[in-house]
Design a protein around this ligand. Sequence first.
Ligand SMILES: [Fe+2]
Length: 411
Amino acid sequence: MSTTNYLEENYSSHPAFSFPGKPYRIDLAKLAAFDTNYKSVANGGLEEDALFEAAKIKLAAQANEIFGEMRLQTNDEYERMFLDELEGQSLRLLNEELGYYQLANKSKYQERSQEARVTALKTDRHFFGEIGAAAVSRIMDISSAEINEFRSRAAQGQLKREDLSANSVPIVGQIVEILNDEFRAQGVLGTVSAYMGFDCRVGGLAIELSVPQATWWRDTLDTSVPPKTMYAHVDESIIYPKAIVYLSNVTTANGPTSCYPGVYEELHLNALQEIIGRVLNYPGHLEDSVLKDYYGKSYHQTMSSSRFRQHFMRLPAELRFNSHMGWDVVPGSETEQKFMDRERVMTGAAGTYIVFDGGRLFHRGGMVVSGERIALQVIFAPAISTPNPSLYRKIISLPRGIVSKIWRLIK
Ligand SMILES: [Fe+2]
């Protein structure tokens, strides 16, 4: 079965995704042309800024043409608005990704790229490690007031992720420094830099308490048995590798982080399908969206709205992807089994961490059944000494931007 069929099979056999009407038809040659152009930029084929700019304009025009074809087939204004919002966000992300490829200089790191951990990051998209006990206890000392505040909010029923986490409190800066020292000493910063193609350091983080009363990760689809893959997802951005660092001991009961090496690669998504899947949650999500009331999505599960699911199913199979597809998997299906066969569950003592490419590795975590979990969600970002700071600021805008962006990127 080809991969598109493999995703298509999942959605066409899912009762919650069954709607009358056929998907939009698109010219697959145009889609293939977009894919070829995108990959030639991604694979480092362009050295000069002028060529990059030309490639950006061409790719945006090609994507616009494909969306235009679909727009001609819409049944009503709502379908058109869905495509408009999806296209706008897709072009934004496309631009961000191309900016990253323009910044990366992988040949500079060629020598290090043979090291075992760099290879692991390239092939498995993750590796595990542990920070020292002294660093863990320093971080816990600094964070205790914050963690107690989260606990008291949880006791009062304030259970949203933003109630139980913080990424901009003053202690974050101190923890970032401790982690940078640890990761530098362990060679992690060098590994991540070699993988990304520019010098990386810990750029920001969130400290988070997970408790069993929080149920944001549960299934909102009306299925009697939820899939075992609930909340498995890839992140929106491919620019920021991440780490999860445990600050409490974590067992299978208190929300271990899991990952699913190889699943993303096996989907063999084309470039536009992948971009669409990463920004799929936006239509009807932002405050100023004209579709906000029409969809009435609950919290952050984009597929909770039947109207949204119907619009999603109008996309041709070749463009249909949801980066948070764990919730969409048919229970008992081959897809579910594929995920479960690949699952690696990170249990361990405080200090245990995973470094991973959240944009290319399906993962999930923090789904506590009993007890609590305290963890750091860490984001790596280009170091300030990066060779082209003005370009870098243009696409990423550290340090102010990173704080506000962090949750959108790692959720
Ligand atoms: Fe994530």
